[in-house]
Write a protein that binds this ligand. Structure first.
Ligand code: ADP
Ligand code: MG
Length: 338
């Protein structure tokens, strides 16, 4: 028997799915992007699913159920936005053990409702079942996009500029902080955690937002990214996905990678390099995209977008130019779930 760890998450997906041919003319994109794309004539439907498992993806010791509900929706809508499409509906399936009360599930659904309101999506179905222990939440998001405006992972070309929205590493550092406070609390239950000065990074982890505003801004500025992916596993891993599927290399400028001052400070407290947190920490749910250089003026004046490098030929590899001026091959660690 082969241990699934030998393949890794992406190797396993490839192993399980490579034998499935696409037979429907309406299937424009199957496995391998942030969402599948289905041709519906006047527009395209995009579909994405994510599953969150208690003990793996969330810890209720420091995650309020309302936040969990909100975040579960956000992680799914983020994949729709990563296609440059607009989310419209979700279905929510839950498996729950008997330790959850109706009131607890009400809190979870209050968060789901808040996300539906914030991003204008309808809850249109789901499934409810029991679980031997803990909770599993599986959400499917359905969105709409114009065929000529969709952004795939595979569209980057040498010379394109690499752009990043928002800031990175904050969610990972928020998680490190919550984990540290949980350990302290386990040893000294009378000590109250003090997270006052760390509201930003804790918020980045507990209540991420979807960059639907960017999809709107792209449309208003008549811009279509040549490639796009959402940053759920860390910048390095996502840049690898774009380069692999586009058949390119890349040069990332450390000085162009946006990191919030609070994240910088917390990284130093944990004796971590802030850029490592941005490259390999996960769950920021920002967007990584590439643009044709002729579109530079369209992004230069948009708020919260940072140009952080250039797509290169595949032979040039994927490199990081550090602030000190050294070129390093970029390593992608990403999340390991198994
Ligand atoms: P993301 O991080 O954007 O959610 P994933 O890395 O989870 O994307 O998935 C990559 C691709 O593999 C997606 O197209 C997804 O739909 C597909 N995929 C993941 N797991 C499976 C599976 N068990 N069976 C079929 N397709 C899968
Ligand atoms: Mg994604």
């Amino acid at each position: 028997m082969t241990d699934v760890n030998t393949l890794g998450e992406f190797g396993l997906i490839e192993h399980l799915t490579h034998n499935f041919p696409i037979t429907q003319p309406s299937t424009l994109k199957g496995v391998g992007d942030d969402a599948a794309v289905i041709d519906n004539g006047a527009f395209c439907t995009v579909v994405s699913t994510d599953m969150l498992v208690e003990g793996i993806h969330f810890d209720l010791a420091y995650t309020p159920l309302k936040h969990l509900g909100y975040k579960s929706v956000v992680v799914n809508l983020s994949d729709i936005c990563a296609m440059n499409a607009v989310p419209r509906q979700i279905t929510v399936s839950i498996a729950i053990s008997s330790k959850y009360s109706v009131e607890a599930l009400d809190d979870l659904y209050a968060g789901i409702r808040a996300a539906c309101d914030a991003y204008g999506v309808d809850l249109v179905g789901g499934d409810t079942t029991s679980s031997p222990r803990g909770m599993v939440i599986s959400i499917t998001a359905i969105g709409q996009g114009e065929r000529t405006r969709l952004a795939y992972r595979s569209g980057a070309r040498p010379g394109d500029l690499i752009c990043i929205t928002g800031d990175l590493g904050g969610a990972y550092l928020g998680l490190q902080l919550l984990e540290r406070e949980k350990r302290i609390w386990a040893e000294h239950p009378d000590v109250q955690p003090n997270l006052e000065d760390q509201k930003y990074i804790v918020g980045r982890f507990l209540k991420p937002e979807v960059r639907l505003d960017m999809v709107d801004a792209f449309r208003q500025n008549n811009l279509v990214p040549t490639a796009m992916i959402d940053i759920s596993d860390g910048l390095a891993s996502e840049l690898f996905h774009i380069c692999k599927q586009s058949g390119t290399g890349a040069l990332l400028e450390e000085s162009g990678v946006p990191i919030h001052p609070e994240a910088q400070l917390m990284a130093l407290q944990f004796k971590l390099d802030p850029i490592t947190c941005a490259l390999n920490g996960g769950e920021d749910y920002e967007l990584l995209f590439t643009i044709d250089p002729k579109d530079t003026d369209k992004v230069r004046f948009l708020p919260d977008i940072y140009i952080a490098g250039e797509i290169l030929d595949v032979a040039d590899g994927i490199k990081l130019n550090t602030k000190g001026g050294n070129l390093h091959p970029l390593q992608a660690q990403g999340w390991k779930h198994f």
